[in-house]
Write a protein that binds this ligand. Structure first.
Ligand SMILES: Cc1cc2nc3c(=O)[nH]c(=O)nc-3n(C[C@H](O)[C@H](O)[C@H](O)COP(=O)(O)OP(=O)(O)OC[C@H]3O[C@@H](n4cnc5c(N)ncnc54)[C@H](O)[C@@H]3O)c2cc1C
Ligand SMILES: Cc1ncc(C[n+]2csc(CCOP(=O)(O)OP(=O)(O)O)c2C)c(N)n1
Ligand SMILES: [Mg+2]
Length: 592
């Protein structure tokens, strides 16, 4: 049967099992929108800005594990999508973004709404295609889905010229995987390397598993949990790994890195063998590699992308492969060889860690006159039984969410780690809810970030998405203000909002419920009331302490052992200079 290119595109997406397409129409995609209308194969979600379309599709992917799909027009539609694409790229999220392009004969003529999408997206996609021949359309869609979700996942752009959508051709969708000669990701770990790794680990005195987003992306949470619990070793997560191992388990030390816990950071610094699992030694995690290397350690690094290994920190045993396979295989070797740690070493390591943990670095004293952001997140965790899907924006509220909400399962926590894109929170909540409507979906945001995609309140009303927005309103671009306080002598340059909208009225104007909460004693009641409104979108505007800071904090150029500690830990130290709190007291080098 002859179909138009637009119809072929829609049928191809259907063949890939697409449930939702997040998009915004325009001239170059008119044919595609017409085919969507006529064929009615899946639901299209009409957002209010293309950036939000890509973020929502990205969140659908993060929540469901499937490929997220966005559709935008040429020119400004395409450029508006770029921030969303780059956000997904830096966090390795599988997506296909279809953009309209001007007709083939017009390409290169500065045509109306022409932009070189292949060129402009090149640095922030896993791959991209320009389709100028209808014969290539279906197979290109097939390849795009294949590339997006295999190996290290990532976004793939398919730019489709308008004349291709108008032409007609016979439709047949490839049933089998398409062979792509230059792209063959390795999934099985090298047997010799895995044996070597397991033996190195067994000889450790101070072992640590450090895991990241790769465990969630590779659906390997069960294998990780089995590995850590069988070996009895401590583990720590990156911001992107949170939830891949249950936070409430004693073997979990919390998040590490710039705003990691005291115990996780000191364990990472002082471990003698580290198993890095789907984590990329980001600069927010190990800070300065030279300082990280000050304490000698061996590193086993498991990652599906060989280019990540030894990029920032040299690996002693590199293992390229899919974490699900590699962890299961390493555990099988461990059991088969009846390996064990030296129990007195392991016991001593745990004692040291428990000592660090007993300093209770996330402790805080609630105030009677003003709401603390930490209190809101902690209360939210309690009233949702640690079970809600949490999205966040970027800033202090993001770090408070990461520190105070105990994530118990993978895909429960959605945030922008790599690009740190303010404005993701609300569209992430939309995509997450559509992917899993069985859960409460809460967006923890700041009054700065929420305004970057506030127009999506309208989309939420149209599709009746009962998201709960938890705005930790401190009146400041708080994370930037924190840096100004600590490192720029408190010069608050352009970080205070002189005027903010009335978020309650704004929510109501969009047809939603709005609530403003000033008093600490009202936090729990307000959250319960909002969550009880199962079918309604509720905007909770929590007026919080304006000058709270996120601690611990590893400042620029500092090592993991040089955290700026929270006030309650500083009081016990002689040196409480906030800029130079060098916590070497419990450094293993001084513990006999
Ligand atoms: C304000 C702010 C503060 C931050 N502070 C911190 C902080 O304190 N601590 C922190 O940890 N981060 C922090 N971040 C996030 C940080 O910038 C990085 O995004 C994050 O640390 C990277 O996490 P990751 O190493 O798990 O890598 P990801 O970006 O999640 O990458 C996943 C890795 O797994 C690999 N992978 C994917 N699939 C597989 C598979 N199937 N098998 C094997 N490997 C696979 C990929 O190749 C990649 O190397 C902060 C971000 C912001 C915006
Ligand atoms: C698009 C974008 N612009 C700028 C930044 C830099 N930035 C990081 S955090 C932050 C402040 C966020 O303020 P708010 O949303 O109110 O959160 P808070 O830190 O106060 O909790 C800024 C401006 C960013 N991450 N993203
Ligand atoms: Mg703020």
């Amino acid at each position: 049967m002859q179909l138009s290119g637009a119809q072929i595109l829609v049928q191809s997406l259907k063949a890939e099992g697409v449930e939702y397409v997040f998009g915004y129409p325009g001239g170059a995609v008119l044919e595609i929108y017409d085919a969507l209308f006529q064929l009615n194969k899946f639901q299209h979600i009409l957002v209010r800005h293309e950036q939000a379309a890509v973020h929502a599709a990205d969140a659908y992917a993060r929540t469901s594990g499937k490929v997220g799909v966005a559709l935008v027009t040429s020119g400004p539609g395409a450029t508006n999508a770029i921030t969303g694409i780059a956000t997904a790229y830096t966090d390795s999220i599988p997506m296909v973004i279809i953009s309209g392009q001007v007709a083939t004969p017009m390409i290169g003529s500065d045509a109306f709404q022409e932009i070189d999408m292949v060129g402009i997206s090149r640095p922030c996609v896993k791959h991209n295609f320009l389709v100028t021949d209808i014969a290539e359309l279906a197979v290109t869609i097939k390849k795009a889905f294949q590339i997006a979700q295999s190996g290290r996942p990532g976004p793939v752009v398919v730019d489709v010229a308008k004349d291709v959508t108008q032409a007609t051709a016979k439709f047949s969708y490839p049933q089998e995987e398409v062979f792509i000669r230059s792209y063959q990701p390795v999934t099985q770990g090298h047997a010799g390397q895995m044996k070597k790794a397991v033996q190195m680990l067994a000889a450790a005195k101070r072992p640590l598993v450090y895991f990241g987003g790769g465990v969630t992306l590779g659906n390997a949470s069960a294998e990780l949990t089995d590995f850590v619990q069988t070996l009895g070793v401590p583990c720590t997560a990156t911001l992107m790994g949170l939830g891949a191992y249950p936070s409430s388990n004693r073997q979990f030390l919390g998040m590490l890195g710039m705003h990691g816990t005291y115990e996780a950071n000191l364990a990472m610094q002082n471990a003698d063998v580290i198993v890095a699992v789907g984590a990329r030694f980001d600069d927010r995690v190990v800070s300065v590699p030279a300082k990280f290397a000050e304490t000698p350690k061996k590193i086993i690094h498991i990652d599906i992308d060989p280019s990540v290994i030894s990029k920032r920190v040299k690996a002693d045993v590199p293992i390229v492969g899919d974490v699900k396979h590699v962890l299961a295989e390493m555990l099988a070797i461990w059991k088969k060889q009846s390996l064990m740690f030296n129990s007195s070493h392991l016991e001593k390591w745990w004692q040291t860690i428990e000592h660090w943990r007993s300093r209770d670095c996330l402790w805080f004293e609630p105030k009677s006159d003003v709401i603390l952001p930490q209190q809101v997140v902690q209360t939210l965790a309690r009233v949702t039984n640690n079970d809600a899907i949490i999205t966040s924006d970027v800033g202090q509220h993001q770090m408070f969410a990461a520190q105070y909400y105990p994530f118990e399962r993978p895909r429960q926590w959605l945030n922008s780690g790599g690009l740190g894109t303010m404005g993701v929170g609300l569209p992430y909540a939309m995509g997450a809810y559509l992917a899993d409507p069985s859960k409460d979906v809460c967006c923890i945001t700041g009054e700065g970030s929420i305004q970057m995609n506030i127009q999506e309140l309208s989309t939420c009303f149209q599709y009746k998405l009962p998201v709960k927005v938890i705005c930790l309103n401190n009146g400041y671009l708080g994370m930037v203000r924190q840096w100004q306080e600590l490192y720029y002598s408190n010069r608050e340059s352009e970080t205070y909002f002189d005027s903010l909208p009335d978020f309650v009225k704004l929510a109501e104007a969009y047809g939603h419920v709005g609530m403003r909460i000033h008093k600490p004693e009202d936090v729990e009641g307000a959250l319960k009331e909002a969550l009880a409104l199962k079918d309604r979108f509720v905007f909770l505007d929590f007026i919080t302490d304006q000058k709270q800071n996120v601690f611990p904090m590893v400042g620029n150029g500092k090592g993991l052992y040089e955290m700026v500690l929270p006030p309650h830990m500083r009081e016990t130290k002689a040196d409480s200079d906030v800029n130079d709190v060098n916590d070497r007291d419990y450094d293993i080098r001084s513990v006999p």
